[in-house]
Ligand binder design. Structure first.
Ligand code: SF4
Length: 339
């Protein structure tokens, strides 16, 4: 009988759940996953996944009625095991409504609704902590995504806009974040410097397109030798993963593209402001870089990063200089080796 995983948290959490999916598939065969409509296409092509069920908990499926409807649909599948990495009442209630006899989740407020509550490791990378739900050792399975040939073809069209034919290296930058205080304010200045070395691709959601245009104008208005394309809003998430997978380097805030790059094996320089890597969401691989301002008393100030700096000065990001980021990129050697 098939196994179900319910993961309806943020996009980054879903990417970091892919090691758990791989581990469960190795034990039980490919799994079914309930996730958000946004994350569903990312998992549809994952080799550990049989079916993806999109659950729009804030839209068409919201409320008790939507939960019951999905519960009935899942019940018909007669799942034997449900793995519940997201500690929420909604997740626990869904597995009960689906009448899944074995419900495995992390200890917490709602664990009395599980049949097997396991302690979530307090330390380590989130992908490894989630993997603990399958009793696997840290690092046993890495985050992984699999874009399609069609995704790669769309990426090739975007790269062709600046004359790249797939063999030439480029840098991807991801300046956005849904949490305002996590956005580093100097991508324009960094782009002006980077474009002297390699072509740039700005990636992000449609809401980031205006910032992408500003970065493009700033970089191409200087003396840089290379070109910039603003791909914000032009690519699906899986296509964005495909594009990141082809980049020599990704420069990003502490946001979902960081985890896409981890899953695609691309070098990362990640910029942390109100959050810290000790939360478990930093780069995973040795050699990737997380930069943050040391010695700032107010840092970290929230688990996710508030919409705006509560103290008004936003020093955690404003004092993370272009020079420091440039130095980290140079030290990483991703530009030097490939250019
Ligand atoms: S309070 Fe401190 S850590 Fe939080 S956003 Fe402001 S400067 Fe950054």
């Amino acid at each position: 009988m098939p196994t179900l995983v319910v993961q309806t948290a943020f996009l980054g959490d879903v990417v970091l759940t892919t090691p758990l999916l791989s581990a469960l598939a190795a034990h039980h065969g490919p799994v079914d996953v309930v996730t958000t409509p946004l994350a569903a296409p990312l998992l549809e092509t994952h080799p550990a996944v049989r079916n993806v069920i999109a659950y729009d908990k804030r839209g068409g499926d919201r409320g008790w009625r939507g939960l019951r409807r999905l519960g009935r649909r899942l019940r018909a599948e007669r799942y034997e095991h449900a793995y519940l990495p997201h500690r929420s009442l909604r997740t626990a209630a869904l597995s009960l409504l689906a009448r899944i006899p074995s419900r495995i989740g992390f200890s917490g407020t709602w664990s009395f609704l599980y049949t097997d509550a396991r302690p979530k490791p307090a330390l380590g990378h989130e992908s490894d902590r989630l993997l603990a739900l399958a009793d696997e050792a840290p690092g046993a399975y890495p985050p992984h995504l699999r874009p399609t040939a069609e995704d790669e073809r769309v990426v090739a069209d975007v790269l062709a806009e600046i004359g790249l034919d797939g063999g030439f290296p480029f840098v991807a930058v991801a300046p956005g974040s849904i949490w305002g205080s996590k956005r580093w304010p100097y991508y324009r200045e960094l782009a002006r410097h980077l474009v002297d070395r390699l072509p740039l691709v700005v990636i992000g959601a449609r809401e980031d397109a205006a910032l992408g245009d500003e970065i493009q104008r700033a970089a191409e208005g200087g003396t840089g030798r290379h070109r910039v394309v603003n791909a914000c809003g032009k690519l699906t998430l899986r296509q964005s993963a495909a594009l990141i997978g082809q980049a020599a380097l990704l420069v990003t805030n502490d946001s979902a593209p960081l985890h896409l790059a981890t899953a695609m094996g691309t070098r990362i320089v990640a910029l942390f402001g109100p959050t810290v890597t000790e939360f478990g969401f930093g780069p995973l691989r040795v050699g990737d870089v997380a930069l943050g301002l040391d010695g700032l008393q107010c840092r970290p100030c929230s688990p996710h990063g508030p919409p705006r700096c509560p103290l008004g000065h936003h020093r955690c990001m404003r004092e993370l200089t272009v020079e420091a980021v440039t130095r980290a990129i140079e030290d990483l050697g991703a530009l030097r080796r490939r250019s």
